[in-house]
Design a protein around this ligand. Structure first.
Ligand code: ZN
Length: 217
């Protein structure tokens, strides 16, 4: 079995392209937040579809569909509103088609946590046993925090592949994971941050969204 696991692409096309170039052949799973923050939501949705990447829904995907930004900070909310203004009906239909949970090859994949798939942040060491138990799977795959980790417990393993489009662990490199024959490897890849930063400014999105990509926060 060989799987490429990605998360939180967040409308960053150059980062997604760079990751897909490094992904070995096989199935690709995405742990949610296809859109939000960055300036290429339509292009990213089209590439996700073309590559048949299976995805769950993230809180930013949900907010773009509902227009409810009450849980977001002003910068994130502004990006949600901008995204709603540029996406076409076919893109919205794609977001609407995403489910909250995906089960494939003994893996349970959600964006936040099995109990709160859209909103709960799970960091290493925080009740992972309970999350695994609730998932009822050998491996639980999460996104949402944008911080990569992989832990093996007696009950199973928990993997967050980090974020493709907005890493937050102090490295600007796009993050993803490869699962092959029971081995898990988190990998990082360089992409053209300058290209995304330029498009963020051209789109009129807040400049801080460009700045943070250079240092990974
Ligand atoms: Zn996210």
């Amino acid at each position: 079995m060989r799987l490429c696991i990605i998360s939180d692409v967040h409308a960053n096309l150059p980062a997604l392209e760079a990751v897909l170039d490094e992904c070995p052949r096989g199935r690709i799973i995405h742990a949610g937040d296809v859109v939000g923050y960055n300036p290429h939501p339509g292009e990213v949705i089209e590439l996700m579809r073309e590559k048949r990447i299976a995805s769950v829904m993230g809180n930013h995907d949900y907010a773009v569909l509902t227009g409810d930004t009450s849980a977001f900070n002003p910068v994130a909310a502004r990006a949600i509103e901008w995204t709603r203004g540029v996406l076409q009906e076919e893109h919205l239909a794609y977001l609407r088609s995403l489910s909250l949970e995906l089960r494939v090859e003994g893996i349970c994949c959600v964006h936040g946590s099995p109990a709160e798939p859209l909103w709960e942040y799970v960091y290493p060491g925080e009740g992972l046993e309970e999350h695994l138990q609730r998932a009822g799977a050998r491996m639980l795959v999460l996104g949402h925090t944008h911080v990569p980790f992989h832990l093996r417990l007696p009950q199973g393993e928990v993997l967050n592949p980090g974020s493709v489009g907005q890493p937050r662990d102090g490295s600007p490199l796009a993050s993803f994971a490869v699962v092959e024959d029971g081995e898990v490897e988190v990998r990082r890849v360089e992409y053209e941050v300058g290209r995304v930063a330029r498009d963020i400014l051209r789109a009129g999105l807040p400049g801080v969204l460009a700045q943070r990509l250079y240092s990974g926060w």
